[in-house]
Design a protein around this ligand. Structure first.
Ligand code: SAH
Length: 460
């Protein structure tokens, strides 16, 4: 095939019309069939674009000026939106965000899973898609001798100085970050400097139970001994009664990972509590807990609906974390078995079962792909299997173990449509049929999409 050179050159200014949008939220426009990806461009828009990177089969551009604006374009309400890497979709209407996520799921199912012609429902969105996050972890730095807090600039480790608030986080979390920073600054506690691995304060993490409004503050420091730490704790607890727990986490490594191994209770309770539906959860500093409980409830209700339980079923919840889905299912099933690879999460799951008086859920530490064949050998015969794997999807051995167990129904909860589509193909080839697919918006203003699928054994 004759090679044709790309029709554009680096630094060239062109006019481009966007026809489509990528999963990352960039506009796609074509010059003689050659696609250019342009962040913040919306379908239907015409714009002046500067070409910034030219590859053989595609290129990237920067949006300089919109010449014709889409009706779905909105002014991002966050003052640091274009600097910060946290959100990607604030420039588009919420309606369009939800449509985009549904289309993404549809396209990927077709392209990767060869699954089409089944209902992919409209994305379940939020009534108010702001201030939904129950947790924030923010880096601490210093400028002109003063402590500052803020997210990093996109693709950098430079703190955005003029970030005053994060409007996808619960308001109380914003206020607590400000409070801790101001008090620490006054007490002369230094910021950690990752260049020379000196200084003390690395991150501040705040988590609030949405229903209970109990707040936990985690102060992440380079070393354990911190001068004036007691005074910091004193001031916080005297001024802010909503704070129920203050924890120190020590991270003395040179690393991007936020939390270190050691945690130490400084004041109050080791746990804060929250509630999803009728289930209460105890959450410690290191527990994984869904960041958007309002949407989590909708997601789990969908999973429960698809599981179609009558009370007589044996259910497996694989990749169960702290048992959130398992405990939801246990209310409607005869017995639930949860499996999860992180031991601390399984201790949380057991404690949460106890906290709710749930006796028909049992939890196991291990890799799902190893425990499943063992369960099968023990004669465990699940009626329903629920899976909620991490982004990389299910292990292939695990998928085949599921097929061998022949449950009537599988409910697949996924945070990554691509690996979902890949795994559904394997299940379909193994005799299962995807009946319907429900995207849920757990992370408004970002490109993430969560999906629940209802899968049945064919001929059942
Ligand atoms: N269902 C839970 C957690 C889902 S996150 C909730 O809704 O809160 C996915 C979980 O899978 C994580 O807790 C992760 O630790 C776990 N995990 C990752 N690989 C695993 C494996 N091979 N076997 C079992 N669990 C695994």
């Amino acid at each position: 095939m004759a090679k044709t050179a790309p029709p554009v050159k680096k630094n060239e200014m062109i006019e481009l019309t966007f026809e489509d949008i990528t999963h990352e939220g960039a506009g796609v426009g074509k010059v003689n069939g050659y696609p250019l990806f342009v962040p913040y461009g919306l379908p239907g828009e015409k714009a002046k674009v500067k070409v910034i990177n030219v590859k053989k089969n595609f290129g990237f551009g920067r949006l300089i000026e919109t010449l014709h604006e889409s009706e779905e374009r909105v002014d991002p309400p966050c003052n640091v939106y274009y600097k910060c890497g946290g959100c990607q979709l604030q420039h588009m209407s919420y309606k369009m965000q939800l449509e985009m996520k549904r289309n993404q799921v549809k396209n990927v199912l077709k392209k990767i899973g060869h699954i089409e012609g089944i209902p992919v429902h409209e994305t379940i969105g939020m009534e108010d898609p702001w201030r939904y996050r129950n947790k924030v972890q923010i880096p601490v730095g210093s400028r002109n001798g003063e402590l500052i807090t803020g997210f990093y600039r996109k693709r950098s480790h430079e703190i955005i100085e003029d970030m005053e608030r994060c409007i996808i986080t619960e308001e109380i979390n914003d206020r607590m970050i400000d409070a801790v920073r101001e008090i620490a600054d006054r007490l002369g506690i230094s910021a950690y400097d990752e260049n020379n691995h000196r200084g003390i304060l690395r991150h501040i993490m705040v988590r609030t139970g949405q229903i209970t409004q109990e707040t936990m503050i985690v102060i992440i420091t380079r070393k354990e001994k911190v001068p004036e730490l007691n005074k910091l704790v004193d001031e916080i607890t005297k001024t802010y009664p909503e704070v129920k727990s203050i924890v120190q986490n020590i991270n003395s490594e040179r690393t991007n990972v936020i939390l270190g191994k050691k945690t130490k209770l400084l004041w109050g309770n080791e746990y804060i509590y929250d509630q999803i539906g009728d289930i209460r959860f105890a959450i410690s500093a290191k527990s994984f807990y869904q960041v958007n409980p309002l949407q989590t409830k909708k997601l789990y209700e969908k999973a429960l609906e698809y599981a179609n339980l009558t009370g007589s079923e044996t259910v497996i919840d694989a990749y169960c974390g702290i048992g959130t889905i398992s405990l939801f299912l246990a209310q409607k099933a005869k017995k639930v078995y949860g499996v999860e690879v992180v031991p601390e999460a399984i201790s949380d799951a057991k404690a949460n079962a106890k906290l709710n008086g749930i006796e028909n859920a049992e939890f196991f530490v291990g890799q799902a792909e190893k425990i499943m064949p063992w369960w099968k050998a023990q004669g465990l015969n699940p009626d329903v299997i629920v899976v909620d794997p991490p982004r990389k999807g299910c292990d292939e051995i695990f998928l085949h173990a599921m097929i061998e167990m022949q449950p009537k129904r599988i409910v697949y909860v996924s945070c990554n449509p691509s690996t979902l589509a890949r795994d559904l193909r394997i299940l379909e080839d193994g005799g299962y049929e995807t009946k319907e697919v429900q995207p849920v918006d757990m992370f408004p203003q970002t490109t993430h999409v969560e999906t629940v699928c209802n899968i049945e054994l064919k001929g059942n």
